[in-house]
Ligand binder design. Structure first.
Ligand code: TXA
Ligand code: MG
Length: 353
C-alpha cells in the first residue's frame, strides 16, 4: 500500500511531514517533490533503506544515488575532499538549487549510495516540502528520481503513482515540480570541475561562477561507444520510449518542418503511427499524426517543464515513431537536448558488465 499524503507545496502541514519522516526513520520509502522532479527518498545512512529504493525502481545496482541535505553544513560530514572549500563556495551560490556536487565520500556514506564508487553526489533541493522532510527526518535523504527505471522522470504526483503505486510506502503529493529536468551533476574530484549531467543549473551560470568548467562528452548526450564514462548513470539507458525516436535538428523552422514532413510521410506510407513532439502552433500539416506540444524554441524553460509529461503522453498514445524537434544547446537547452538525445539512443548503450 502506498500512502498518499497531500500537502500544500509552499506550506506543507506539519502532521503530514511528521508522518513521512517517521516512515523514513523506520527505513521506508517516501516519494517527495523537489524543484526539479519528484524523488524517491529513504534514509541515506541506512543501507537497507537505500536498497529498498533500488528495488522499488528496478534500478541497476551500479548507478549511484544523490544525497539530499538541508544546507551546506549537511554536506560536511558526508565528504572528505580537498575540493570542500570550492564546494562550499558553489553551495553558497547555487544552494538550495538544482546543482549536485560530486566529492570523495566519507566513511559514514554507505557503499550502496555510491554504488561502490569512492565519491558521493550531494545537493540541497529548493522545495519547501523536500526541505521540511529532510529537517523532520534528521538524516540525509538518498533519492533518485521517483520513476521506474527507464521511464521519464516524474514531474507531477500522478506520474509517481503510475509507476510506483504499491512499490513505495508513501508519496508527499504537492502538485507539479518547477524546473522539470533533473539537477546538474558536477564532479569536483578532478583537476577541473566537470559537468557529468547537464540539468537545472546552467553551464553558463557554472562557467560564470567557476571560470573554468568542462563538459563531459557524455553530458551532451553524444559519446563515442568506447569513451570512458565517469558517471555510471550515463552508461544506462536513461529513458527510452517504446517508439523509435528521431530528432530533427536545425535552426530554421521551415527546414525543420520540411525534414519532419518527409520523415513522417515516409513512416506513414509504411503504415507506422507517427507521434510528433514540437512547438505549439507549428503547422505540421499532417493528418493522422499525434502531435504533442513541447514549447517554443525561445521558451526553453517551458520546454523543460513539460518535456517528461509530453513524452509520457506520447508513449501512452503508442506511436511507432516519435519525431522530435531539437532545441538550441544553450541554458536549459543542454539538459533538454541531453534527455532527448538519450531517449533517441544517441549515446552509447554499452550495457554495464
Ligand atoms: O534533480 C535531481 O537530481 C533528482 C532529484 C530527485 O534530486 N534526482 C535524480 O536522481 O535525478 P537520479 O538518481 O535519477 O540521477 C542521479 C544522477 C545519475 O546519473 C547518477 O549516475 C549520478 O547522478 N550520480 C549520483 N552519484 C554520483 C557519483 N558519486 N558520481 C557520479 N555520478 C553520480
Ligand atoms: Mg533518474
Amino acid at each position: 500500500m502506498t500512502e498518499v499524503l497531500a500537502v500544500d507545496p509552499l506550506r506543507p502541514a506539519a502532521g503530514a511531514i511528521a508522518r513521512a519522516a517517521s516512515i523514513i526513520a523506520a527505513g521506508g520509502t517516501v516519494a517527495f517533490p523537489t524543484e526539479t522532479v519528484y524523488g524517491l527518498g529513504a534514509n541515506g545512512l541506512d543501507p537497507d533503506a537505500v536498497a529498498r529504493v533500488f528495488r522499488a525502481k528496478g534500478r541497476p545496482q551500479d548507478n549511484p544515488v544523490i544525497l539530499h541535505v538541508a544546507d551546506a553544513d549537511g554536506l560536511k560530514p558526508l565528504v572528505e575532499d580537498v575540493a570542500l572549500p570550492l564546494a562550499l563556495e558553489l553551495a553558497g551560490r547555487f544552494w538550495p538549487g538544482p546543482l549536485t556536487l560530486v566529492l570523495r565520500r566519507s566513511p559514514i556514506v554507505p557503499a550502496v549510495v555510491s554504488a561502490g564508487l569512492p565519491t558521493v553526489g550531494v545537493r540541497v533541493p529548493a522545495h519547501p516540502v523536500a526541505l521540511a522532510l529532510i529537517a523532520a527526518s534528521g538524516t540525509p535523504i538518498a533519492a533518485p528520481s521517483a520513476n521506474l527505471s527507464g521511464r521519464p522522470s516524474p514531474t507531477v504526483p500522478e506520474h509517481v503513482l503510475a509507476d510506483l503505486t504499491g512499490r513505495i510506502d508513501a508519496l508527499l503529493s504537492a502538485g507539479a515540480t518547477g524546473i522539470g529536468v533533473e539537477s546538474t551533476v558536477l564532479d569536483l574530484t578532478g583537476p577541473v570541475p566537470t559537468v557529468l549531467r547537464p540539468g537545472g543549473a546552467t553551464l553558463e551560470d557554472l562557467a560564470a561562477a567557476l571560470g573554468r568548467v568542462e563538459f563531459h562528452p557524455a553530458a551532451a548526450g553524444r559519446v563515442e561507444p568506447d569513451a570512458p564514462l565517469p558517471s555510471p548513470g550515463l552508461r544506462h539507458v536513461h529513458y527510452a520510449p517504446r517508439a523509435r525516436m528521431v530528432l530533427v535538428e536545425g535552426a530554421d523552422a521551415t527546414a525543420i518542418r520540411q525534414a519532419a514532413l518527409v520523415l513522417a510521410r515516409g513512416a506513414q506510407a509504411q503504415g507506422a503511427r507517427v507521434g510528433v513532439l514540437a512547438r505549439p502552433g507549428l503547422e505540421w500539416g499532417l493528418p493522422g499524426c499525434l502531435v504533442q506540444p513541447a514549447g517554443a524554441r525561445d521558451a526553453i524553460g517551458a520546454v523543460a517543464a513539460g518535456m517528461y509529461a509530453a513524452l509520457r503522453e506520447l508513449d501512452a498514445a503508442g506511436p511507432d515513431i516519435i519525431i522530435a524537434e531539437a532545441y538550441p544547446e544553450a541554458g536549459l537547452g543542454w539538459a533538454v537536448m541531453n534527455r532527448l538525445r538519450r531517449a533517441a539512443g544517441e549515446i552509447s548503450h554499452a550495457a554495464a558488465p
